[in-house]
Design a binder for this molecule. Sequence first.
Ligand SMILES: [Zn+2]
Length: 283
Amino acid sequence: MTPGFTGGPLDRADRLRHDAEAVAALARRPDARLLRLGPGYEPQPEGDRLGWGPVEDGTLVFLGLDGGVPCFAAVPEDGMAGSFRSPSLMAALAGLAPGEAATWAAARSVVDWHVRHGFCARCGEATAVIRAGWARRCPRCTAEHFPRTDPVVIMVAEHEGRALLGRQASWPAGRYSALAGFVEPGESVEEAVAREVWEEAGVRVTDVRYVASQPWPFPSQLMIACLARAESDALTVDRTELEDAIWVSRDQVRAVLAGEAGPFVPPPAYAIAHTLLNAWANG
Ligand SMILES: [Zn+2]
């Protein structure tokens, strides 16, 4: 199964981004379209497709070409309040055709980055949009700033046929998922996996293997899903990070992923933890 928020249809057309006149001409084309976003960046679907409208004046991000059709998103003048994952947002995303959520995710991340990064991190001056919305430049110190992507490792450690899962206190009742944490400066993916499992569950792991990745636009993470081998099943749970941690068997994971009752409620299908658990349970 393809991870959520991947498989977008747009050609990002990076070759055009440096040419401001060419991008402005694309925006004036009668077939050019603007992604419609509601409060909290909610998509405004038409059926199972994203909703689009005519391009209007304003600060634009050139999302790319969809079969040659120029696609844009607008940075809201009033700095939209970026509400998080509301139930209505997740319901709207769940109803989209494959690939549509990927286009939305890219737009949501980069538009929200503009909203939150209007000033130079080096000197504090207000910065200007460049590269068709894919960077900002400071007019005072000339520093260029690029949209953030923050790497997060998310992993399932296995010990003798059982997988380690954890839950946070804020999650829906019964939900357990893969452990996860931000990659820190100076760390490899493998080192981040080993550190996070040790910190959160007190388990040493080796043999870290990459499985898949997905963008996670809340606001701009890149989730890097891995499997690892645990040296022991003795848990020392960090209660500031996790409410609980458990070991579950392949049969238990297969059952709950198939919608049957089991010892835990699995992560939702759009989360890469679901993809990861499926990969682990079904080989
Ligand atoms: Zn500056």
